[in-house]
Write a protein that binds this ligand. Sequence first.
Ligand code: SAM
Length: 256
Amino acid sequence: MTLTLMIERKLKRIFKVLKGTYFTISAKGSPWEKSYWDKEFYLEGISDAKTISSKKSEYSARYHYASTEMQIYRYFVNHNAASPASILDYGSGAGHWIDFYRDLGAETAGGIEISEKCVEHLTHKYKETPKTTIWHGKIHEVLETQVTTTFDLINAIGVLFHIVDDNELIQVLKLTYEKLNSDGLFVIGGNFGLWPMNINTQVKFGRILNKRLRSRWWWTRELKKVGFRDITIYRNIGYAFIKDRTPENSILVCRK
Ligand SMILES: C[S@@+](CC[C@H](N)C(=O)[O-])C[C@H]1O[C@@H](n2cnc3c(N)ncnc32)[C@H](O)[C@@H]1O
């Protein structure tokens, strides 16, 4: 049973890569605009499950987040990493990762979100929580104009593949390096495939391009160019064992 499920999931991933290759070659869709997240994505409230999709079940979402958390714990244990005192989270959604690092001991936390609905949700959620700042806007714009401090750890899970312009993403990587304390960690969640792929994999409603996957070779090259070192990738194949579609969210961690 499990083997059949795994094979089915793997075949679906292969199909996704082939479809993405077609989307990329045919230049299908236009990059999402800021209003997309509030007007076309977050139509049924804000929660961990809704950051995956409006119809995702609570159990699928919990499974997905737990499988991702395991990879972060794995990194912390295997690298004897110190608990970060200050963290910044990109594309915070419902605030799952802010809560996660706060539970690990972070005293100062920041979140950057482009969705006004998420910003409203997060501002309300953390109104009584000391030393927590929520910024509204695109990651690179907020980093350039509003974030004046540096952090022990910057987290970007399930968000950087939504930056479909390679130059914008490279700008985010450079600014992230600047906003980290020395030896600080950058934790990225996404798909770091082996195939030589830099492809647009999701075109919503046949017109809105909102996901671009880059290979692990792309990530390693660009992170090193910016100055990051000690790049570790932990594959998360949790998605292959569940009868539902959840994002892959493997984990890449590197150090300033
Ligand atoms: C798939 S959700 C993931 C949410 C959260 N990181 C999590 O794992 O629970 C992606 C989130 O990133 C936000 N987002 C996408 N692109 C962004 C950008 N360039 N700047 C800021 N936020 C962005 C979206 O509004 C959305 O809430």
